[in-house]
Design a protein. Structure first.
Length: 501
């Protein structure tokens, strides 16, 4: 493991981190929690205290929802022309780019991920998503229809539909891509004219607070974006059941997603859920084993495996199984583990002690259920939340490590005989977020794609996302889509108008 180095930070990061006791944003004001309580934010690479943030109360959540409601109805936002919203979103994208290194550093310190990857992936995708959604601001449209009402044949009608912003959005996000997940929620909400109360994960609230500063700098009216910090039960749950919230959008575990879904129904709050996954990587017979092993390594070890669509199950045709697994183990063993601020590091720490214990616990369960550990197999070092990139081989399809989401750098590898069998196994978990197929055999690939029950199927790549391509789950991976036009619709109500003329 690489020894920690003293990171060289931008002046803006240094200034932001030196504040130590951060405030949250409600109605354009930076405020402490109403009862003065705070939450500690730790650096997962060395377990040191990075900062504190307000531990918001239910009263704070209520104030944030009210501020968002006022902003939603105030002429400054409600009557803003779509091209002006577009301009604000473009300005925000520019500010994200201008602050790319700072945002990446904050993300790396808070989450543990590599600063280089944070800049190239998390920050770049966030800016690109705000730009993509900015374009939609001026393209929200209904349709006109010729109606045929059978019981009023003598009358003439004009029928049309119009799209309207759904209102106040409660957005609750996880800690694996803090900035990017916040952007996935904010961009479509703002493009459609909604207002937002954002709750970042308690482990990683810092980049959302920095982003909120950029939102104000971009010129969004006060109260359009509010950020409340704190944990799930005391901040997320009150936001979920608040009657003033018109739409909830959540990224996180399936378990919490179900709680949020049930709470949402009490108020008929609109809801989008992007939940867990156990995505298969399917290597067909013709695939070069070296390509498959490299692809499989990227699919699982990217972001320390803390990716909802991580390629956490590897199915290799039996002909090439041993070779691909051996190469994958070599890739795993070659990864440089260390502090995310070190530019040579490829695998940072997990986000928290809880995650460290959970992932190591799953590795032990795998062993107990007969898995062969061919790489990694436990914690790396004794300071910071590092886990060795792990490969578990020849695991039974029904084993817990095959069926349950681990959310760490652990892949299970199984050999298969034929296409029918691998399709059945690929679908044999409660999840359906992503899958990848590795092959140049076009007819086999095309036969397999419709059989896979997941929201995304990649071919010869994995974890590739684009703002224009809808992303979301089948089965218990959630419902509703992020990105693309589909995401926009999730923030709009459709009104039908029928006029007798
Ligand atoms: P993970 O398992 O990846 O930590 P969670 O699903 O627990 O993810 O958390 C994702 C987000 O959901 C976080 O912002 C967390 O605070 C929030 N959360 C957790 N529990 C609840 C809850 N009961 N109601 C609303 N939000 C919650």
């Amino acid at each position: 493991m690489n020894a920690p180095q003293q990171p060289v930070l931008t002046a803006a990061t240094t200034e932001f981190m030196a504040r130590h006791n951060h405030r949250m944003l409600i109605g354009g004001q930076w405020v402490a929690s109403s009862n003065g309580q705070t939450l500690e934010v730790l650096n997962p690479a060395d377990e040191s205290l990075l900062a504190t943030v307000p531990a918001a109360t239910e009263a704070d959540v209520d104030r944030a929802v009210q501020a968002a409601r006022q902003a939603f109805e105030a002429p400054g936002w409600a009557k803003m022309r779509p091209d002006q919203r577009q301009r604000l979103l473009l300005r925000l994208a520019d500010l994200i780019e201008a602050n790319a290194r700072t945002l990446a550093e904050i993300e790396s310190l808070d989450n543990g991920k590599s600063v280089a990857i944070a800049e190239a992936v998390d920050v770049a995708l966030s800016a690109s998503y705000f730009r993509y959604m900015a374009g939609w601001s001026t393209k929200i449209e209904g349709s006109t229809l010729d109606v045929s009402i059978p019981f009023a044949p003598q009358n003439e009608f004009v029928g049309y539909t119009r799209k309207e912003p759904v209102g106040v959005v409660g957005a609750i996000v996880a800690w694996n891509f803090p900035l990017l997940l916040a952007s996935w929620k904010l961009a479509p909400a703002l493009a459609t004219g909604c207002t937002v109360v954002l709750k970042p994960a308690e482990q990683t609230p810092l980049s959302a607070l920095y982003l909120a500063e950029l939102v104000l700098q971009a010129g969004f009216p006060e109260g359009v974006v509010n950020v409340v910090t704190g944990d799930g039960p005391s901040v997320g749950a009150p936001l979920t059941r608040h009657p003033g919230v018109n739409k909830l959008t959540f990224t996180g575990s399936t378990e919490v997603g179900k709680l949020i879904g049930k709470a949402a129904m009490d108020n008929m709050t609109r809801i989008t859920l992007e939940l867990g996954g156990k995505s298969p990587v399917i290597v067909l017979e013709d695939c070069d084993p070296a390509v498959a092993a490299g692809g499989a390594a990227q699919a699982i070890y990217f972001n320390q495996g803390q990716v909802c669509c991580a390629g956490s199950r590897l199915y290799v045709h039996k002909k090439n199984y041993d070779r691909v697994v051996a190469d994958l183990a070599d890739h795993a063993n070659a990864l440089t583990i260390g502090h995310g601020m070190d530019p040579s590091v490829q695998l940072g720490p997990l986000v928290s002690r809880e995650q460290l214990d959970r992932v190591c616990g799953y590795i032990d369960i795998g062993r107990q259920q007969g898995a062969e550990v061919v790489a990694g197999g436990g914690r790396a070092g004794d300071k910071g939340y590092f886990v060795k990139p792990t490969v578990l081989a020849k695991v039974d399809q029904k084993a817990r490590v095959v069926q349950e989401e681990i959310f760490g750098p652990v892949v299970v590898a199984m050999p298969y005989d034929d296409l029918e069998q691998v399709a059945a196994w690929a679908n044999d978990t409660p999840f359906g977020l992503g899958a990848s197929i590795w092959s140049n055999d076009l007819s086999r690939v095309h036969r397999l794609i419709p059989k896979i029950k997941s929201g995304t199927v990649w071919v010869n790549c994995h974890n590739m996302l684009d703002p224009a391509l809808p992303f979301g789950g089948y089965k218990q991976s959630g419902f509703g889509k992020e990105m693309g036009r589909a995401a926009l619709d999730a923030y709009l109500e459709q009104k039908s108008v029928l006029m007798m003329v």
